[in-house]
Design a protein around this ligand. Structure first.
Ligand SMILES: [Zn+2]
Ligand SMILES: [Zn+2]
Ligand SMILES: [Zn+2]
Length: 203
């Protein structure tokens, strides 16, 4: 079984999403912007868990007017933010939880000396970066109408699953002060599970 904890929250501010949890025979991995669920035999989580299923339910109920695009993730011109453009395997710095700095009682943040304020630690092995597969580049964001989906996640979905397929798309666009603004989610399936990706705002 593939390790899907890359979809869990890295920021130390989202405690309930830092580790996967199990509800009704499904294991959930989420950071609040993406949620993955797959079947599992693991025991149910007894602590209080976030209600990801409400989001899935909502996305299933929305009927579609837009044809579903076929996603073809392509690399952008920008450096992969995860491996800092090196292409080498990195992990999140556990001293600063990936933030690159530490809160301090003096009121200012201090740069993390352990990771040189990058939030990443190189593994120094022969493995490629999990996110860009050694290509050193990030993925292009995907725009559908006025709704933007982060390339980082699209790339990750295609890296982690074989033949992921977008099965539904729920988007809503409105004009605010003549500026189009959209929000939405895309639901996709893969062998043994499904996922939901939320859009990002442009600013
Ligand atoms: Zn990379
Ligand atoms: Zn200080
Ligand atoms: Zn650090």
């Amino acid at each position: 079984m593939r390790d899907l904890t890359v979809f869990c929250a890295m920021e130390a501010t989202r405690y309930s999403l830092e580790t996967p949890f199990v509800i009704d025979g499904y294991e959930y991995f989420s950071d609040g912007r993406i949620c993955i669920k797959r079947k599992t035999d693991k025991p149910e989580t007894t602590d209080k868990t976030p209600d990801c299923e409400a989001c899935f339910k909502q996305s299933r109920e929305i009927s579609l007017t837009t044809p579903i695009p076929i996603l073809d993730p392509s690399y952008s011109d920008e450096k992969c933010t995860f491996c800092l453009g090196t292409g080498k395997e990195h992990v999140i710095c556990n001293m600063c939880d990936g933030f690159g700095c530490h809160d301090c009682d003096c009121g200012t943040d201090h740069e993390c000396g352990y990771c040189d304020a990058t939030g990443r630690i190189e593994c120094y092995n022969d493995k490629f970066c999990l996110y860009c597969d050694g290509k050193r580049l990030g993925f292009r964001d995907v725009r559908i109408e006025d709704v933007l989906f982060k390339g980082y996640y699209i790339g990750l979905i295609f890296r982690m699953f074989d033949n992921p397929k977008v099965v539904s798309l729920a988007i809503s666009c409105k004009k605010v002060h003549d500026e189009p603004q959209g929000t939405g989610s895309m639901r996709f399936t893969f062998n043994g599970g499904e996922g939901l990706l939320m859009s990002i705002s442009e600013n």
